[in-house]
Design a protein around this ligand. Structure first.
Ligand code: BDR
Ligand code: CA
Length: 304
């Protein structure tokens, strides 16, 4: 199994990613930390607990709550996309467990330092927790083999004409993480807006099992609608870990813009005219039918 740490802001597409990460034996989730993003951090942590309990893995997967707000930029949520709770449409039972007592940054540090092997860090929310982690405890970087992040775009944004939500929410944090000197795979809007989960497949989810019905109910409340389906942004990080061959990656130096009208943009040095090195492998293409087939096959293996 691939040992991973998840840092997220569930969030409806995060929820689908969590469902797969907790269920597919190919993934061994060491820690599920949350951040303020789609909704506030109390809600993202609560949503993480709801999912961990739904899949019955509360003994195995600790949940840690992290940063309440971005490093410098005022916090703006995305409840207009993900609902006030961040996970509307399914009546989860009241949770019986709690996040760990430590702040997510401390929990991440401990998980990494205690791990005999390097771990893969998957980020699908604002980068605040990981930026704080790298600034407070730079020694943990030696325990991270790579980061696979949903964020950014080279081809147009969803918060402005150039900025993607996770980067836009905390651009200063994203800049710290992109410049941390670790291998990064950027799964941005360039591929996640292509790999739509088709409306046909969404309609089938409730026939598969209870988890499929739960995801379908959440997706009905997810205000991210394209002509032929819904973008499952965060799920693509796990699809990448499972099927890297379905992606085209291109290495670039990527700068994060932290001020001005392009705030939150990820700018790739496509011509190589500003940097003689690269810091990010950017996903520039994806096999869309393979994504749909994989997603549906993952749902079919859910334990309930
Ligand atoms: C990203 O923003 C969030 O709303 C989604 O969960 C995803 O992580 C897409 O821009
Ligand atoms: Ca997210």
């Amino acid at each position: 199994a691939q040992k991973i740490m998840l840092d997220m802001d569930p969030g409806i597409d995060d929820a689908a990613a969590i469902a797969i990460a907790l269920t597919d034996p190919q993934f061994d989730v060491q820690l599920l930390s949350t951040v303020a993003g789609n909704v506030g951090v109390e809600k993202t942590a609560l949503n993480a607990l709801k999912l961990v309990e739904f899949f019955g893995v509360q003994e195995q997967v600790p949940v840690a709550a992290g940063a309440k707000m971005p490093l410098l930029k005022p916090y703006e949520d995305a409840s207009y996309v993900h609902g006030e709770s961040g996970m509307p449409g399914w009546d989860f039972p009241a949770v019986t467990t709690q996040p760990v007592a430590q702040h997510a940054v401390e929990a991440m540090r401990e998980t990494l330092m205690q791990s005999p092997n390097q771990l893969t860090l998957v980020i699908t929310g604002a980068f605040t927790n990981v930026a704080l982690l790298f600034r407070m405890y730079p020694e943990v970087k030696a325990k991270v083999d790579r980061l696979v992040v949903m964020g950014g775009s080279l081809t147009g944004g969803n918060m402005s004409s150039v900025a993607e939500f996770n980067i836009y929410t905390d651009p200063h944090a994203a800049k710290i993480v992109f410049e941390a000197g670790l291998p990064i795979v950027m799964i941005g809007l360039d591929v996640t807006m292509k790999a739509l989960l088709s409306y046909d497949n969404i309609a089938k989810l409730s026939d598969v099992n209870e988890s499929g019905a739960m995801l379908q109910a959440l997706l009905q409340h997810y205000a991210d609608n394209e002509a032929t389906g819904k973008p499952m942004h965060d799920v693509n990080t796990l699809f990448y870990l499972a099927h890297p061959e379905a992606f085209t990656l291109t290495n670039y130096w990527v700068d994060v813009i932290t001020e001005g009208p392009a705030l939150g943009a990820t700018v790739a040095d496509v011509l190589g005219s500003h940097h003689d090195t690269t810091n990010v492998a950017v996903a520039t293409d994806i096999d869309v039918p393979a994504f749909n087939a994989w997603f549906m096959s993952e749902v079919a293996t859910f334990m309930k």
